[in-house]
Design a protein around this ligand. Structure first.
Ligand SMILES: CC(C)(COP(=O)(O)OP(=O)(O)OC[C@H]1O[C@@H](n2cnc3c(N)ncnc32)[C@H](O)[C@@H]1OP(=O)(O)O)[C@@H](O)C(=O)NCCC(=O)NCCS
Length: 324
């Protein structure tokens, strides 16, 4: 018995922004972006693509696949760092949008690791009460938190949402286990300030602005090392060999991080799902979007072991194993 994924869904805004489009607003070019990041395009939302709306559309797809109505959902957890409001949570807006009247709802902030954190949390709720049905969503409108004058960061990020419906099942399907990590000492390497304070005693003369700031090279180094370690610790904990894993679905940060990870783990590249070329880095949304794509492409079959791994601001990182 375990916590199984009963349905997956994703939603990407329609507008496709190419590297050539970005070269018109910052000093960059298609070749640099493709070779350094593997990204060709990303989706950028507009009016009507607020984070909760992306989330609700992805959730509706997941509910449809699970054949579960919104009214049957007990809990909605949204992993996000780019909700359009600080209060109420994105999850409360999703609840309203779906009409999931019986659910309680809240957000979690673990940056790009948010989905893996939320999945682990939901697994534990369901272990405590197997009757619970839970929506876990990763949703981001990072275009609203991007400094469009900073070529180091604006080329990396995109908007989108992915969702899963979780519920208890008999048999050996479900979440096998997860390991999560954080190191707040390294916060400054990848961070985002809030809007300027309204408290006169806390006002700063030069507001840093509510956008993503990053030390790219440092983040790169830690990301590869941390994800590799999280994976190895989890496999050891669950006594699962890497060769038993059918598909690895990593956070889609950039292709060089993923290639490096694959090389250091010594696994075949064909075992790793990659769609960063299409959507860029969508933070907490990247794993559930990829999971939905892999699922709909029938790349995962019942009984297959799927490995998720993530790394993000905080720093936060982790890995999860699921038997499909
Ligand atoms: C951001 C990243 C792609 C930059 O690649 P890099 O090889 O480290 O590049 P650097 O930052 O050292 O910059 C190299 C040069 O390219 C330039 N450059 C930076 N961004 C550029 C851009 N968009 N277009 C063209 N040139 C650019 C730099 O100014 C620098 O020029 P210089 O040598 O004249 O000083 C890379 O560090 C990275 O992938 N980091 C991880 C980012 C990430 O995934 N974050 C999220 C994790 S969840």
């Amino acid at each position: 018995m375990g916590t199984a994924i009963l349905g997956t869904g994703a939603y990407l805004p329609e507008r496709v922004v190419s590297n050539h489009d970005l070269a018109r607003i910052v000093d960059t070019n298609d070749e640099w972006i493709r070779t350094r990041t593997g990204i060709n395009t990303r989706r950028i939302g507009g009016q009507g693509d607020e984070t909760y709306l992306l989330a609700a559309r992805a959730a509706a797809q997941a509910l449809l696949m699970a054949n579960i109505s919104a009214a049957e959902i007990d809990l909605i957890v949204v992993a996000t760092i780019s909700s359009h409001m600080l209060m109420p949570s994105c999850a409360c807006f999703v609840q309203k949008e779906l009409g999931a009247s019986r659910a309680f709802a809240f957000d979690i902030n673990a940056a790009c690791s948010g989905f893996v954190y939320a999945l682990d949390l939901a697994d534990k709720y369901i272990l405590a009460d197997p009757s619970k049905k839970i929506l876990v969503i990763g949703a981001e409108a990072l275009s609203s938190r991007t400094n469009w004058e900073d070529r180091n960061t604006c080329i990396l990020f995109g908007d989108g949402a992915g969702a899963v419906v979780l519920g208890h099942v008999d048999g050996d399907r479900g979440v096998i286990g997860a390991r999560l990590f954080s190191d707040g000492n390294l916060w400054s390497l990848l961070h985002m300030h809030t809007a300027p304070s309204c408290n006169p005693a806390l006002l700063q003369s030069a507001s840093p602005g509510a956008h993503i700031v990053m030390e790219g090279r440092e983040v790169f180094k830690y990301a590869v090392k941390a994800m590799r370690e999280a994976i190895l610790v989890l496999l050891e904990q669950e006594q699962v060999g890497l060769e038993a894993v059918k598909l690895v679905i990593p956070h889609q940060a950039n292709i060089r991080i993923l290639n490096n990870l694959v090389e250091r783990l010594g696994i075949g590249a064909e075992k790793v799902f990659i769609n960063v070329q299409k959507y860029g880095n969508t933070s907490a949304a990247s794993i559930p979007i990829a999971l939905d794509e892999a699922n709909r492409a029938s790349m995962i079959q019942p009984g297959d072991i799927v490995l998720l791994c993530s790394f993000g601001g905080g720093f936060t990182w982790g890995a999860a194993l699921i038997r499909w």
